[in-house]
Structure formats: structure tokens, C-alpha cells
Design a binder for this molecule. Structure first.
Ligand code: PLP
Length: 394
């Protein structure tokens, strides 16, 4: 980590732990190609298979169900496909529709290999969780209208902006009852909450290493259901990843992912420490400015995430001001083609444009100490005082 900086943007990317950096550099020195039969090749293969075991351990999924990819985006691009066959591979209609929650990451909202007109958004409540009753009604009416046409549903495990944990198992039960396939983007949830592929009941699960303090550019798709086969490999080529994703494996990245998964599993026990830092931060923010909105406050949330706003303050400017003071956080808005757009997540929750444009995301992790929270609060207090002065002068 950069010296004298306070890094509070773990949901964007978590700094790799020293053990991860070591696993990556050690693997980088391995000469072999994992497809070769000689000792160097067998060493590369062993590193990949060890990492597969470590990711399996974190997720409770069988090692053979894990396909390494270049990250969460690629995992979801493969998962969201009309070409999955369900049950014995007997000829069936391709999946006709993809339902996604309105607060998914853009890599899921994009719909993978589904045609844009076949992707339908499911609404969320003002608390930031998918509206399960609405989703159940919509899936049932779709099934009735189409005479039971097969479909896919995608619901993230936890939202990247608010941290709101989603009812994946509940929606999976509804989808399965109607013959649907369930995908979950578990990129933000893995390593930040107790996680088990079996409990989630999802058929397909996307993961990304850099959100759990692993290297960037590596992830995995878990094909958790043995009822599923895919008509095509993700990438055609040399038959790597059990024939499902061609291309010489990213051995250093995969080894780093494995190391990160092993530590994340061990460190689940330290989540209460992170929660107490986050709770202290929120209490102080409220104390300083009672008008502070904390998004998804009254729903089950990742313990490391706070998304908050003081309406009237401008997040884009605040992020730059904080950066100049050595503090890294995110705005809950995105800058596209020079224009600041309010977050689609906060918009779907019904937040006002003013509140959404003020939203700041602070996300904590393994390297966060109370001193970091205090430095952030001191900087925030000065920015808030300036805001109040401006209001008084207006
Ligand atoms: N899904 C969620 C919820 C994310 O937060 C992100 C990254 O921001 C991704 C998917 C994309 O993962 P990757 O960066 O590995 O492609």
C-alpha cells in the first residue's frame, strides 16, 4: 500500500496481502506450461490444482466445478448464456429470457450472450434488496404466459455500492420450482460474509480474486449444479480448464487467487472487527451531520461497506478533495462521457437525484485500522463544515 495514504476503497479492489504477493511471484518463476508432461509442467499444474482446492474450500463447491477465468466479468459473460442445457443434455429449447435485478453490476446488466430484448430487470425495494414478492409474481406469470419456457435469473450475493445482501437462496427456490436456472454474482460477497455454494442454491456462481485481496485479472465461474451442461466452451482452444476455457492458464494469477481464498476463509472470524470500525464510522457521521442518509442501513449488509450521503454535497468533488488529503474512497455515481450520472443502484432504490449525486462509498478491509477511520472523519468534518458555511452564506 502507498505510504501515508488511507485506502478505504476495498470494494473497488482490495490490496493484496503479502502472502498473495509471494504466491504470485513464486508462481511467476515457474517455467512450465501446465499442459506439459515434464516436471516444470507438472509443477505449474500442481499450482493450479492447489488453487482450485483453496477456492473450493472457501466456497464449499467441488474443485471440478470451478473454471478459472480472467475475472468476474468474464465469469458472468459465460454464465449468462441461453445455451445451458438442463438435465441429462437432452435436446431442449434454449433459455428464452434472462431476469436480472435492477442493481446488478454492469457486467450482469449487459446480459452476457442474451439478446438485449430478452433481458428483463426485476425491481428492488427502497432498502436495496430485490423485491422477492414481485419477482415471484413476475416469474410465475412469465412461466404461465410461455407454457413453461426455460429462463435464467441472475441476482448478486451482495451489492458493490451499498453492501446490501440479496435473498439469493429464496429467489433460487422460486426459479427452480418453475424450471429456471439461477446465477449469482458473488464477487462482492465472497470473503466478506459466510459463504456456501450449497446454501445459496445457485446453479452458477461468479467470483473475482481482486475483491478478496487476490490479484486483478483472475476469477472463476462455479458450475455448482451437475444438472447443467453448456453447449459450447467459453473459449475454444487447447482444451484447458476441462475443455471449458481454452488458453494457457494464468498460473501466477490463479496461485494468488488460491492464496487469497485460503486467507479469506481463515479471516472470516475477523469480520466483527471490521463491523465495529464501520459502525463507529457511521455513528460519528450521524453525530456530525444528523441529516446523513446511510443507504441500505436497515437491511442485512456487508460489514465492511458504508454508502452515505449528505444531500447537497457533491460526491465527485468530495472524492477529489479527500484524495488530495491522502484518502481513497469512491463516489456512488459514475462519470460517463464527461457527465456525472447518479448511480443506477441508488436510482433503482428510489433515492432522489440530489442524494444519489452526494453518495460516497467507504469500504474497509484487512488493512483498515481505527486510525484510518479517524483520519477520514477528521477530513470529512472539515469538508462538512465548509458545506455548512457555504449554505449559511447563500
Ligand atoms: N461484479 C461485481 C458486483 C463487482 O463489484 C465487480 C467489480 O467491480 C465485478 C462484478 C467485475 O469483476 P472483475 O473486475 O473481476 O471483472
Amino acid at each position: 500500500m502507498m505510504p501515508n495514504r488511507v485506502y478505504l476503497d476495498y470494494n473497488a479492489s482490495a490490496p493484496p496481502r503479502p502472502e498473495v504477493t509471494k504466491a504470485v511471484t513464486d508462481a511467476l518463476a515457474c517455467a512450465g506450461n501446465a499442459s506439459s508432461v515434464h516436471a516444470e509442467g507438472r509443477r505449474a499444474r500442481a499450482l493450479i490444482e492447489e488453487a482450485r482446492e483453496q477456492v473450493a474450500e472457501l466456497t464449499g463447491a467441488p474443485p471440478a466445478s470451478i473454471i478459472f477465468t480472467s475475472g468476474g466479468t468474464e465469469a458472468s459473460a459465460f454464465a449468462l448464456s441461453p445455451q445451458w442445457l438442463c438435465g441429462g443434455g437432452s435436446p431442449r429449447r434454449p433459455l428464452a429470457r434472462l431476469f436480472v435485478s435492477a442493481i446488478e453490476h454492469p457486467s450482469v446488466l449487459a446480459g452476457g450472450q442474451f439478446a438485449p430484448e430478452d433481458v428483463e430487470r426485476l425491481p428492488v425495494t427502497s432498502r436495496g434488496a430485490v423485491d422477492l414478492a414481485h419477482a415471484a409474481r413476475r416469474l410465475e406469470s412469465y412461466s404461465q404466459e410461455t407454457g413453461g419456457a426455460p429462463f435464467m435469473v441472475s441476482l448478486m450475493l451482495a451489492n458493490n455500492e451499498t453492501g446490501a445482501v440479496q435473498p439469493v437462496a429464496g429467489l433460487a427456490a422460486i426459479a427452480h420450482r418453475l424450471g429456471g436456472i439461477m446465477h449469482t454474482d458473488a464477487v462482492q460477497g465472497a470473503g466478506k460474509m459466510a459463504f456456501s455454494a450449497a446454501a445459496l442454491q445457485a446453479d452458477l456462481i461468479s467470483l473475482s480474486a481482486h475483491k478478496l485481496a487476490g490479484p486483478k485479472g483472475v476469477g472463476a465461474l462455479i458450475v455448482a449444479s451437475d444438472r447443467l451442461t453448456h453447449a459450447r466452451p467459453l473459449l475454444r482452444g487447447g482444451g484447458q480448464e476441462m475443455g471449458r476455457r481454452g488458453g494457457t492458464e494464468n498460473v501466477p494469477g490463479i496461485a494468488g487467487f488460491g492464496a487469497a481464498a485460503e486467507i479469506a476463509q481463515r479471516e472470516l472470524a475477523s469480520l466483527p472487527r471490521t463491523k465495529s470500525l464501520r459502525d463507529r464510522l457511521e455513528a460519528e457521521l450521524r453525530c456530525m451531520a444528523p441529516e446523513t442518509i446511510i443507504f441500505s442501513e436497515s437491511t442485512d449488509r456487508l460489514v465492511n461497506t458504508t454508502s452515505f450521503a449528505v444531500p447537497g454535497m457533491q460526491a465527485e468533488t468530495l472524492v477529489i478533495a479527500l484524495d488530495l488529503q491522502g484518502i481513497a474512497v469512491s463516489a456512488g455515481s459514475a462519470c460517463a462521457s464527461g457527465k456525472v450520472a447518479p448511480s443506477h443502484v441508488l436510482g433503482a432504490m428510489g433515492a432522489s437525484r440530489t442524494a444519489a449525486l452526494a453518495a460516497i462509498r467507504v469500504s474497509l478491509g484487512w488493512g483498515t485500522a481505527m486510525a484510518d477511520i479517524e483520519r477520514f472523519l477528521a477530513a470529512w468534518s472539515a469538508l462538512y463544515a465548509r458545506h455548512k458555511d457555504r449554505l449559511a452564506a447563500a
